[in-house]
Design a protein around this ligand. Structure first.
Ligand SMILES: [Zn+2]
Length: 155
């Protein structure tokens, strides 16, 4: 587990740990939008009445495909997200709550951190004007025009 939080620690005082996010981790995610990068996740954990409060700052550079020419490009990521870890004795349906068993010793935060990175990506990512791979961009735009519109579904 690449980003593991040891739940047996005493979180009465805030505890911060830094984790490096590697190309390998990003590439191992199925259907990943992020092909690689140099990122750091800084996780601060503190005990709170509602559970264990996690503040996760994920920052660095992510490598994604340019929407226009499909060449690799870097985007800056700097995002702060919060999560609450609760034991599974009460269930509320909330996005930012993670349930663990009372006996659970460790928590793998990597799936959540990956989501934070994916959510922080700009909706469209293209190279600055004029910096695309020209040959690819031209070939792709021709290809797109020639594709028939295949929206119709038959039941
Ligand atoms: Zn491009």
């Amino acid at each position: 587990m690449p980003i593991t939080l040891d739940l047996r620690q005493n979180f009465a005082e805030p505890l911060t740990a830094e984790y490096a996010i590697t190309d390998e981790m990003l590439a191992s995610v199925e259907n990943t939008l992020v092909k690689g990068g140099q990122l750091t996740a800084s996780v601060t954990a503190l005990k709170a009445p509602e559970g264990l409060r996690l503040t996760v700052r994920t920052a660095g550079k992510a490598v994604v495909e340019c929407d226009r020419c499909l060449d690799d490009m870097e985007v800056d990521i700097d995002t702060v997200n919060t999560l609450t870890v609760q034991t599974a004795d009460r269930f509320e349906d909330a996005d930012d709550i993670i349930y663990v068993e009372k006996t659970q010793k460790e928590l793998d935060l990597w799936p959540m951190v990956y989501d934070f990175i994916a959510l922080a990506l700009p909706v469209s990512h293209v190279h600055p004007e004029g910096q695309c791979n020209k040959e690819m961009a031209e070939r792709l735009s021709r290809y797109m025009v020639q594709q028939p519109d295949d929206d119709t579904e038959t039941n």
